[in-house]
Design a protein around this ligand. Structure first.
Ligand SMILES: *Cc1c(COP(=O)(O)O)cnc(C)c1O
Length: 225
């Protein structure tokens, strides 16, 4: 487990890098939310990160999120929870209870299931886009997302806040820039606000291309076990 000094230093360093990336393209860093990606990260570390100013966390698994959220709630620690992992339809009921936002909505059927089980109404969701078109990756094809949005925006139980993507891990950050740019153009064409893109290896480029949410794991919490 990462010690608290290292964690605090990582947070400072990430915030400085976000500041710099935003300044490099004339953006204000206050428009960028850091979501700590906390799969496998122990709850003590999440607690410490919260106390050091990270108040959004992303979890990939419903069960892991539930146990962490419950433990933190006992300590009066109530961050904003994002679902950033693949969500199966049979987990939707639990997910809508746990999460403040579901970023990984990748089919109309999944969105309709969320609408049907929503507790917070409207439930904030984002549409996940497979921006590279790689086979075997989750997400709407860029062409599909426009129609999906038209269908789903009619549902009063959902609030579609933006688009999310997981970029391929490439040796050179610059190689992902065109994908981020494409997602931004898609977002603009739908008139949405949020753009969740960028992780440890590529968040600076994502910010230059307009990311409003960066999901950062290893650069904050160290290598995952
Ligand atoms: C794990 C994960 C991240 C964070 O990745 P790092 O490379 O550790 O920053 C971001 N988004 C999703 C969807 C993840 O599963």
């Amino acid at each position: 487990m990462i010690n608290e000094n290292t964690l605090a230093e990582n947070i400072r360093s990430i915030k400085a890098r976000i500041e710099q990336a935003a300044a490099s393209c004339g953006r204000n860093s206050s428009a960028i939310t850091i979501v700590g990606a906390t799969k496998t990260v122990p709850v003590e570390t999440i607690h410490a990160a919260f106390l050091s100013g990270i108040n959004h966390f992303g979890e990939n698994y419903v069960q892991e999120a539930k146990s962490k959220k419950d433990l933190l709630a006992k300590l009066e620690v109530k961050p904003t929870w994002h679902m950033i992992g693949h969500l199966q339809t049979n987990k939707v009921k639990n997910a809508v209870e746990l999460f403040d936002a579901i970023e990984t909505v990748n089919s109309v059927r999944l969105a309709e299931t969320i609408a049907g089980k929503a507790i917070k109404k409207p439930m904030p969701i984002m549409l996940q886009v497979n921006i590279t078109g790689e086979t075997g990756k989750f997400g709407f094809a860029p062409k599909e997302v426009v129609n999906a949005y038209k269908t789903l925006k009619a549902l009063p139980e959902l609030s579609i806040t933006g688009l999310m993507t997981i970029a391929p891990v490439l040796a050179n950050q610059e190689e992902v820039r065109p994908f981020f740019r494409r997602l931004r153009q898609l977002r603009d064409s739908l008139g949405l606000h949020e753009l969740s893109m960028g992780m440890t290896g590529d968040f600076e480029v994502a910010i230059q291309e307009g990311a409003t949410i960066v999901r950062i794991g290893r650069a904050l919490f160290g290598q995952r076990r």
